[in-house]
Design a protein around this ligand. Sequence first.
Ligand code: AMP
Length: 392
Amino acid sequence: MKVLSVNCGSSSLKFQLYEMPEEKALISGVFERIGMKESFYTIKINGEKIKTETDLPNHKVAFEFLIKELKENKIVKSLDEIKGIGHRVVQGGSYFDKTVVVDEDVIAKIDELSSLAPLHNPAAITGIRAAQEVVPNATQTVVFDTAFHQTMEEENYLYAVPYEWYTDYKVRRYGAHGTSHKYVALRANQILGRNNTKLITCHIGNGASISAVKNGECINTSMGLTPNAGLIMGSRCGDIDATIVPYIMEKTKMSPKEVDTALNKKSGLLGISGVSSDSRDVEDGINKGNKRCALAQKMYVRRIIDYIAKYYVELEGCDAIIFTAGVGENSIGTRREVMDGLKVLGVIADPEANNVRGKETLITTKDSKIPCYIIPTDEELMIARDTYLLAK
Ligand code: AMP
């Protein structure tokens, strides 16, 4: 059975087609600048990348090109071979604790939650509608970034603000990157050979979050109402004193939207270093003696260690720490600094094993009290797995 994983942004559509249950990736690609000038798409097949510049006025046209490519590359003969299409949705609120089949009620709920994810949820609906029109016989599913975190207890998901903010405005911790945390936690349990485990999963990419996972279920996570909370990220501030916001608004006369932009797009590694949101550029800056890059990296690593320590206590121990996503999989220096900061918990890094990028590896020594692993994440595959189970 062929299953398509889809991730729609307001002007983009990323996809990957799988043969299931073999989990064989057949073709992937991304459509960019949808609805804008100079739109194009890139297809990756058999290790080769092909770029096509063409008019993409909307997501439906992008889906039509996608299907044309699948047929021309002889990956499918007829549309009916695609039995499932799984859509990534950023915000599922308290409504969704698992992947579900799309119906009108589901779409209405995703729409209702758009105020919590104004850039992402409407784009996902556009993608679902387009897919329904172009591939009407496929089972459409929605896979939520927040679903994995729905197992948190209320003492971990509530903020200590007036309770009515929760009941009236849904203000609570929802978390993010749930599909990735779930994927690496499942894989870690396979590696450890059991499911009754205490894991700390670190998804450190441009956006970043850490989860505490007990017996396969999330008990706490660092992101909050929005993906701005928790760790210091590429350009997001992570946890700050909330009263900084009214204070700065009063001082600078910034609007709520301008402060939001500053906290999401001009903070984090970028805000402190003044150089870049990309950890590679910050590392380059450090090597050239840039003091603010060094400071940004110190703060970035400190926050990761703080969260791991907090979850170690909350889990009452830890069977494995997992590093994943862009920085977690690729930044040898950041991983080393984090592991060095965890020596007090008995973590002993293995410098040789850690000298690797993007590969599943144990990066601590035999004597380390907590093993640390790199596990490359695969959110698309997770979406395909869930969709396959619902479509079959
Ligand atoms: P993601 O959001 O998971 O795609 O991660 C993207 C981020 O990963 C980039 O912004 C970089 O900061 C980081 N990254 C990717 N490759 C490397 C690398 N080789 N060394 C350090 N950081 C990297």
